[in-house]
Ligand binder design. Structure first.
Ligand code: AP5
Length: 224
């Protein structure tokens, strides 16, 4: 079966993490979330975490030279060889170019860049109600995606918390950064014929169905 190497693009709160959780099971893909990796590094107090923390707290991107090596190394590990789902990377043109080169050097290529599209006002509403589990960052929402038991993750039983960068002021900064530095990647991937758009304002299940159908079609086309 052909490998699926997919990027999830979209503003903060678009639902990238929510969809990645579902898609990794559908297609047996490795889910690589740079946000989760960086938060774990901050929690563990590693050198990467120390470098990243101040940027994350301000809602800014960590520098390209800090993140690029982490991801290109991760994609060479054993569990990434059958396909991956990148959530939160690339976020700048230098990151996208570095990914393209790293895959090229490995004789691999991207299958698609999926843009999960939602307007700014929806982002602010979603993120102010988001709760994530302390252990692995599994996402919930106080109104639209509640856990079975109050404040407890359905998947790993850890406590649900609010992320520090989900305060409204920081969310606005993250949106500004997205529009300036990450949105230009939409054209970057469109020019390469890899962009697929998904309406992220639909329910999580509808968005999931749409993406799953898109990926299944791409895999089929690749095999014919
Ligand atoms: P990161 O953790 O990647 O944050 P983000 O891109 O801002 O994305 P989010 O995790 O906020 O949102 P999401 O799209 O995953 O939405 P979710 O599924 O949770 O990055 C954090 C920071 O790390 C960055 O600011 C930066 O500092 C640094 N960083 C990370 N990667 C970097 C990189 N490559 N370069 C440099 N710096 C980097 O959903 C949101 C909420 O909405 C949830 O409550 C969910 O339940 C709900 N929801 C989801 N889908 C739906 C739906 N369809 N309908 C209704 N509600 C929904």
């Amino acid at each position: 079966m052909s490998e699926l190497n997919v990027i999830l693009l979209g503003p903060p709160g678009a639902g990238k993490g929510t969809q990645a959780e579902r898609l990794q099971d559908d297609f047996h893909l490795l889910h690589v979330s740079t946000g989760n990796m960086l938060r774990a590094a901050v929690e563990e107090g590693t050198e990467l975490g120390r470098k990243a923390k101040a940027y994350m707290d301000r809602g800014e991107l960590v520098p390209d030279d800090v993140i690029i090596g982490v991801i290109t190394d991760r994609l060479q590990e054993e569990d990434a060889q059958d396909g991956f789902l990148l959530d939160g990377f690339p976020r700048t043109r230098p990151q996208a170019e570095a990914l393209e080169k790293a895959l090229d050097d490995l004789g691999r290529s991207l299958t698609a860049a999926l843009l999960v599209d939602v307007p700014d006002d929806v982002v602010v509403r979603r993120l102010s109600g988001r709760r994530v589990c302390q252990k692995a960052g599994h996402p919930y929402h106080v109104d639209t995606n509640r856990p079975k038991h109050d404040n407890v993750c359905d998947i790993d039983g850890s406590r649900l918390i609010q992320r520090d960068d989900d305060r409204e002021e920081t969310v606005r900064k993250r949106l500004e950064v997205y529009n300036e530095q990450t949105a230009p990647l939409i054209d970057f991937y469109d020019e390469r014929g890899l962009l697929r758009r998904v309406d992220g304002t639909r329910t999580p299940t509808e968005v999931h169905d749409h993406i799953r159908a898109t990926l299944a079609t791409l895999r089929l086309e690749d095999e014919i």
